[in-house]
Design a protein around this ligand. Structure first.
Ligand SMILES: [Zn+2]
Length: 197
């Protein structure tokens, strides 16, 4: 029996997404066959407008509806403290904690030699451009794994020349944890317990 081309096409598209294997891709595709057409149209529009209706903030590199984003444009946020995170999702997580009043810098990844991701593939230059003599503190809020560690070391070496206080999230986050999945309490504690790095 020949499988319909539309099914093969969508299954292959799902398979390219992170965390989706061939089995899950198939299951999702066949599931969608049972969804009413108007719902499918809505999904298709949402996907096609995802990038059209979002912007990357040219200051912090977070994804937002406006450039500069709401956080960078907010007069009440302390621009002298920059919290460096790996992904836009991490900003959402930190904001849910509700305690941090500085600004962010999203690297869009971490240094990962095994996958050929070096400093030039990340928004590290943009971070260094932002750092000035008005910057008081830079907080490394990267995941406590090997790649996060390597990235912190690299950043510290680059920023070291500026004589700025560098801190790192510490207590609260277990080794190997993902900031994206940490609850508010854990993140707040980690923020309180940050120390010189
Ligand atoms: Zn921004």
């Amino acid at each position: 029996m020949r499988v319909a081309r539309a099914i093969i096409g969508l299954t292959e598209a799902f398979e390219r997404l992170p965390g989706i294997g061939p089995k899950s891709a198939q299951r999702l595709t066949y599931y969608l066959l049972h969804v009413p057409q108007p719902e499918l149209d809505k999904l298709a529009i949402a996907i096609s407008e995802l990038k059209k209706n979002t912007k990357q903030c040219q200051i912090c590199q977070n994804i937002s509806e406006a450039d500069p984003c709401d956080i960078c444009g907010d007069q009440d946020r302390d621009k002298t403290i920059i919290c460096v995170v790996e992904q836009p999702l991490n900003v959402n997580a930190m904001e849910r904690g509700g305690q941090y009043s500085g600004v962010y810098h999203v690297l869009h990844g971490v240094i990962d030699p095994l996958h050929n991701i070096g400093p030039d593939e990340l928004y590290i230059k943009k971070l260094l451009e932002r750092v000035s003599n008005t910057t008081k503190e830079i907080i490394f809020a990267l995941n406590p794994n090997m790649e996060g560690e390597a990235t912190c070391l690299y950043l510290k070496r680059q920023i070291g020349n500026f004589k700025i206080k560098i801190t790192r999230l510490a207590a609260g986050l277990p080794v190997g944890a993902d900031i994206e999945y940490a609850d508010e309490m854990t993140l707040n504690r980690a923020m309180e317990g940050r120390r010189d790095y």
